[in-house]
Design a protein around this ligand. Structure first.
Ligand code: AHM
Ligand code: MG
Length: 334
């Protein structure tokens, strides 16, 4: 079958043997995420038409306003994964605590936990700019059949079994990896099917895009300031071009296709930066590495950080390998 007409469903079935502990469970899990993504996509696309915009009135654990669509997406992913009884636990950026899932017979033999940022880039929802879903999958470490504990969620990113994102952009795409490279599928909205459009995605080793919120420049560490100046200096293939959407999924997706670096550093106001290790940085770092890119907090590999809490934040530098290494060089000098 040619790449052009291979659907995500067919791809999952054909590649099931690649999964480490192949029992079909992970395939069913990715299938559920694919389905929930379609439901959320439908709602995101009609957001301008119905009165669904604006804050839901709640604030999440980070004290930020939640938008209605965030709440909706959170509900859809949690309900889809819960009803199908294919995971034993879920942690969401929008929930204070993790959710332990019982099976129909009160016993849950499922092996996987999912960590999810149901709708990332929330500041862009109201203005018709791309947002995304980010997900991360681990095998539980506590014995199966018992309720999940915090320990099952606080695993370093290098233990991820699969990770991916959905970008609700000009086209809707799901991009994911089960540890055997990265593949991207584009949704044909007319028939609700994802097709393999970007097989074996590779991060260019080097690019000419840097993505950072320069409005925070005065609060950045000196190493980051120096790296930004380096990006702007006229020399060799520089100055680089600056592109910042403010939706991690979209900024990452563009950089992975064109070559570039994304930076959300620590700032004097937020010493750990803004992005969450478990819901945002680990899954993106997994995709980056699986496609030949790199992800670092400036000093160490993101995937090797041992999490201590669910909503932990971490400085994030991610993208083309040589660019991330150059940024790390600047960080280490300071
Ligand atoms: P969110 O989870 O509240 O949507 O925040 C995460 C988003 C990322 O998608 C994006 O890269 C970053 O926040 C933008 O932050 P800022 O507006 O500070 O530049
Ligand atoms: Mg987020």
């Amino acid at each position: 079958m040619s790449t052009q007409n291979k659907t995500l469903g067919e791809f999952i079935i054909n590649n099931q043997q690649e999964f480490k502990y192949s029992s079909g469970e992970l395939s069913r899990l990715i299938n559920s995420i694919r389905l929930a993504g379609k439901v959320v996509n439908h709602e995101v696309n009609k957001a301008g038409l119905v009165d669904i915009l604006g804050n839901a009135g709640d604030t999440n654990i980070q004290g930020e306003d939640q938008q209605k669509l965030d709440v909706y997406a959170n509900d859809v992913f949690i309900k889809t994964l819960t009803n199908r009884e294919i995971v034993c636990g879920i942690a969401s950026e929008e929930e204070d605590d993790f959710i332990a899932i019982k099976g129909g017979n009160e016993k849950n033999d499922n092996k996987y936990v999912v960590l999810i940022d149901p709708l990332d880039g929330s500041s862009n929802i109201d203005v018709n700019v791309s947002v995304g879903t980010i997900f991360s999958i681990y095998r539980r470490i506590t014995p199966s059949g018992t309720p999940v504990t915090l320990e099952d969620f606080l695993q370093p990113g290098n233990q991820q079994v699969a990770a991916g994102y959905i970008v609700y952009g000009t086209s809707t795409m799901i991009v994911y990896s089960t540890g055997h490279g990265v593949n991207g599928f584009t949704l044909n909205p007319a028939i609700g099917t994802y097709y393999l459009s970007h097989p074996n995605m590779r991060f260019p080793e080097k690019g000419n895009i840097y993505s950072v919120n320069e409005g925070n420049y005065v609060h950045f560490p000196q190493g980051v300031k120096n790296y930004i100046k380096y990006c702007q200096t006229e020399e060799e293939d520089r100055p680089y071009t600056s592109r910042y959407i403010g939706s991690l999924v979209s900024d990452f997706h563009r950089n992975m296709i064109k070559g570039g670096i994304y930076i959300y550093p620590s700032t004097s106001k937020d010493p750990s930066g803004k992005l969450r290790l478990l819901y945002e940085c680990n899954p993106m770092a997994f995709i980056a590495e699986q496609s030949g890119g790199k992800a670092s907090d400036g000093f160490q590999r993101i995937l090797d950080i041992k999490p201590t809490e669910l909503h932990q934040r971490v400085p994030f530098i991610c993208g083309s390998k040589l660019m991330v290494e150059k940024a790390e060089e600047f960080m280490k000098k300071e």
